[in-house]
Design a protein around this ligand. Sequence first.
Ligand SMILES: [Zn+2]
Length: 256
Amino acid sequence: MTGLLFHSIDEKPRLNMSSYSKRKFGQFLDYLNSNDINTITVSEHTAHPQNQQKASAVITFDDALQSFYDNAYPLLEEKKIKTTIFAIAGLVGKSGNWDVMGQTRHISAPALRKLAYRGHEIGSHSLTHANLIWLDDADLMKELRDSKTILENITGSAIKSLSFPFGSWNKRVWDAAKSAGYEYAAAYRGHHRAPPEILPVMGVYRFDSVTDIAGRMLPDKSLSSRCSRITAKIMSHFSKGTPICKFRKEYYKRFP
Ligand SMILES: [Zn+2]
């Protein structure tokens, strides 16, 4: 199964490609419920292989933006759907300037704690949204370990899953992640040689219809589903976001 990766859910979608309409998101959740598609977290998906046999969906959110909490969370509560939210630990409760579209507010620590309490899985999306494959060993471990500790202190529960910023990983990164205590990961753009504990996830973009998303997620070999998956792969190359190298350097100076 392929998981889905959302970024921001907005009342009025912003100009960036990964901003998705709140109205369409609500329709997608209704589609899941009316088709009896169960939603499971990244950990549940991999830890319990029997879950993969049933009609189930893994819905993930990268970056843990305030827009998730304002717009997606009320709908998820109303429709009783569980997701996995990957937070950038160094940006929790802060505004980042790393989106090309301007200031982006990130979720607060109390809100993140509440999501964990309500049964959503909280995972790490690194400390500073660094591209992990380019880091030396010390910085790589800092991104993995410090983010895990910060998020565990906020949520009061173990952080087991990781989402690689920019979907960028290799064997060295995953080995380091396992030694830092991660058990599962979600990888944007997937890889055919990924180990089973790394779940491939496909992006959802502002122009996608509910049918497009459904086709991308289910192991459906129809032409429309294949086209939807190809579109997502192409889009992932054009919407990699802005690397926030500057933020990483400033953060390391303040918290060595
Ligand atoms: Zn990200």
